[in-house]
Design a protein around this ligand. Sequence first.
Ligand code: XMP
Length: 464
Amino acid sequence: MVFREKILEAVKVPAFDEVYIVPSLAPVDPSLVDLTTRFSVNVSLKIPIASSPMDMVTELDMAVAMSLMGGIGVVHRNMEREKQVEIVKLVKEHPPVRLRPMYVEPNEPCKRVLDYLKQVGVRSVPVVEKGVFLGYVNYESLKQCEADKPVVNVVKPGESFTVNSLKEATEKLLRGSYDTVAVLSKSGFYLGTLVYTDILEDLSPVTDSEGRLLVGAAISPMDIERAKALDKYVDVLVSDVAHFHNVEVLESARKLVAEVSSDFVAGNIGTEEAAKDTLSTVERVSGLRVGIGGGSICITPEVTGAYAPTLWAVATVRDALEELGVEVPVIADGGIRSPSDIVKVLAAGASSVMLGYMLAATDEASAPLIAVSGKYYKPYRGMASKSAMEKRYALDRYAKVSKRIPEGIEGLLPYKGSVYTVVKDIIEAVKAGLGYAGARNIEELWSKAKFIVTHRGHRPPYKG
Ligand code: XMP
């Protein structure tokens, strides 16, 4: 009877698609909803979004974009330690403005550059040779130039700006004398181009006390050397193991935390017991990454039978924290496919969400763009998928638990364009969601949101 009862008494846990939030009186216009939150105890964000530490998602471009938009990127760890440190340093050196790799080389033919200017809709563009800024070419002078002649013939010297003179660069663009300006590093190397239309965009970067973009880095709790190497530069170290609730991992994390000073996010965990064991073993936990097996590319539930679905896991862990009287932000990780999932999981107690799938097919994701029969795609894969493991990428994350049996899959996602547009749309929808729930901020959402369980039957998937 005991075994039969085990099955009959199993709790029914609703999935994302089975719960909805009951509409309530909106206290403010959704555009005024405030999404500020904390990723970890000392890392505050303006939007509750982090990009997953996955090799097809977060490297330099994604990390910069996330922080510029008020979220945070967590740089993946499936690379040499030195490379990961280098990427994190580059994020910290990046000015808190959007720069594009928009430039031409001196030997490019005038006609091609003229066509390029028309295509991207600017009147002038910096000319750069091997990182050295040479000046600008503009529409008028290119029209005078013979089609095949290199643009170097019509380069005009022009002002460049350094990361210290971004205010002047912005003023220059606003005065309209240029529509692109070159931005150089302190040592004089071309960093990128500031474009007039970008400065009009409503970006709200999150920065550290020195005005540098925020960034996180993934680590294995077993790899103290990597954590120490990253610690000098990152704002937060994020544990990146599939099952943190493991005696060896807990013990390593306990030792690791004593060696670093950045915030430390523990995870992934999915139960009350795991939350309690984590907090009682590891002294300085600044955040909890919650959800096991829920990711779009995860097959852990199919392979191992273990599953802590993100919505349920978040609510469970959050309750455990309330019971302990501990204020540690919860990061909902895995299986979030739409803004509505974000609203639901925030309402279930999360402070932020970690997204892989929703950000993976964008320009800034660290995966190549692939054309198949005239359509564009970006590859996306679980860090414990066969190909990632073959490249020895996921060894410490999953090998011990699964003995190298893949717990992730891989595939192609239809290309979505710029992550700036994708995240802007998500944020607008999440703000609307908080409005419907009757909340003006995330804390109010925690206290006010009421769930109902229902099935909507067949409905169109979110395509954003
Ligand atoms: P989404 O649904 O946003 O999920 O694509 C991203 C999260 O999935 C986790 N992850 C994995 N989980 N096998 C797993 O079981 C894997 O191969 C794998 N790779 C990533 C991770 O937590 C990520 O943030």
